[in-house]
Design a binder for this molecule. Structure first.
Ligand code: HEC
Ligand code: HEC
Length: 374
């Protein structure tokens, strides 16, 4: 054949291929359904160890905890397949070595755009029964897990595309079968993916080996300084008769160190105009201006390592946080009455800091069930 003809034929083929590939995403051929019934389905139920004194870990009836479900969730949590350009996963903003947050003031998604809130640590997230996110706008971990994938500043992907990729991946074919007993790849859905991720998140539990819990169990003792810090924190005022207490445990109640309620802890000065809050928080979600500027009380395990602090990451260290509480914070009409000038001496601030450090437990990070499988 004449060279020119070959060239023109090749050119023609290229045009056809280019035309074809622009209409059909090359990464997404239509998945042929695959029968999975040869893979054994025999899930083992799992009961995580709960720190002494913690409330019961509530598990939804339609999503029992199984080793297989948790393991599928662990893979999905760490897998960049969930993001549009395969660069980010849940764990990019919730890093295990950083106690499942990211040390950023506000987090950055795949397009380099920053959100307006600080990534929350997922420590003990399974015990947050009164709404998730800083503003409580989502109720369950199953519902929450669906959101980051399609969030424009987070993973910026679409679930149908993610599901097509999962259906084609033999690892996930096996894991979805083992976790949920599906018989065919066509049964892989975003709802099952979300259930698995939620199961994984429920076992991110810590506190067992913290000094605080060990002392509650009678296995350890506080130093004098920690003991003073505890008295200040817990409002028991049995230190010197004239000392004020620090009021912390009105909101950060042991053993979870949160009420899970939404409060205004005096971060912004808006006086009596509650519309002025830049981030309306709980009030924005409820569409109730009286609740503007309120955010969920965070738990305090490993708080020594989870800077920066507050919903917008505005405080860079714990000294800044304690100075804030000591000053009584900024004024607004719905500020909680327990946020008031405390007049704590430096020595008392140090005792409070020592007490906060008794909430450190990093041993959970050694749990292989929480680690990156890739
Ligand atoms: C780009 C960073 C980023 C990515 C990626 C990301 N998150 Fe988050 N996550 C955040 C931020 C920021 C918040 C707080 C948002 C708010 O309150 O509005 C948050 C909050 C949460 C919460 C609420 C915790 C609580 O105590 O209420 C959960 C649960 C969570 N993320 C799980 C996930 C899961 C699961 C994925 C993957 C499917 C994921 N996140 C991906 C940044 C990220
Ligand atoms: C009125 C309830 C209330 C009281 C009292 C209170 N807090 Fe808080 N605390 C909150 C809320 C709400 C937040 C989150 C606020 C936000 O991000 O907008 C918070 C945040 C924090 C944080 C930052 C945690 C993080 O992950 O960002 C620390 C640390 C903290 N509080 C410690 C204390 C200590 C120590 C005391 C006592 C001196 C105390 N709190 C008293 C409600 C309270």
């Amino acid at each position: 054949m004449d060279r020119r003809i070959i060239h023109s034929k090749l050119l023609g083929l290229c045009v056809v291929l280019i035309g074809f590939s622009c209409c059909q995403d090359p990464e997404m051929p239509n998945a042929k359904d695959i029968d999975l019934t040869d893979i054994v389905y025999d899930p083992s139920s799992y009961e995580p160890e709960i720190p002494f004194g913690f409330p019961k870990l509530e598990i939804p009836e339609d999503n029992p905890l199984t080793l297989e479900g948790i393991d599928l969730g662990r893979h999905l949590f760490y897998d960049p397949v969930l993001s549009a350009d395969s660069t980010m996963s849940c764990s990019s903003c919730h890093l295990p070595e950083l106690h499942f947050q990211d040390h950023q003031i506000t987090s950055q998604g795949i397009d380099g755009v920053n959100g307006h809130r600080n990534a929350m640590s997922l420590i003990n997230v399974g015990f947050n029964y009164n709404g998730l996110f800083w503003d409580g706008r989502v109720q369950t971990l199953e519902e929450q897990a669906l959101l980051p994938v399609e969030d424009e500043v987070e993973l910026h992907h679409t679930w149908p595309q993610v599901i097509e990729k999962l259906k084609l991946n033999p690892l996930y074919q096996e894991k979805f079968r083992q976790a949920f007993g599906i018989e065919n790849t066509s049964e892989i859905t975003k709802e099952l993916a979300a259930k698995a991720i939620a199961s994984f998140e429920r076992i991110i539990i810590t506190g067992h080996k913290s000094k605080f819990i060990r002392v509650s169990q009678g296995l350890d003792f506080f130093s004098n300084q920690e003991d003073k810090g505890k008295d200040l924190f817990e409002d028991t005022s049995n230190i010197e008769a004239d000392s004020l207490d620090a009021e912390c445990s009105h909101c950060h109640v042991a053993p979870l160190f949160t009420t899970n309620f939404y409060e205004n802890n005096g971060l912004d000065s808006v006086g009596d105009n509650l519309q002025l809050f830049v981030d309306k928080g709980y009030g924005g979600f409820l569409n109730d201006p009286a609740q503007n500027g309120k955010f969920r009380v965070p738990n305090l395990y490993n708080v020594a390592f989870t800077a920066p602090y507050m919903h917008d990451g505005r405080m860079e260290d714990l000294t800044t946080v304690l100075d804030h509480y000591n000053s009584g914070g900024e004024n607004s009409i719905n500020k909680n009455a327990n946020i008031r000038p405390l007049e704590l001496s430096d020595e008392k601030i140090e005792s409070l800091m020592a007490f906060l450090n008794t909430l450190i437990d990093t041993s959970y990070l050694d749990n292989p069930m929480l680690q990156n499988p890739f």
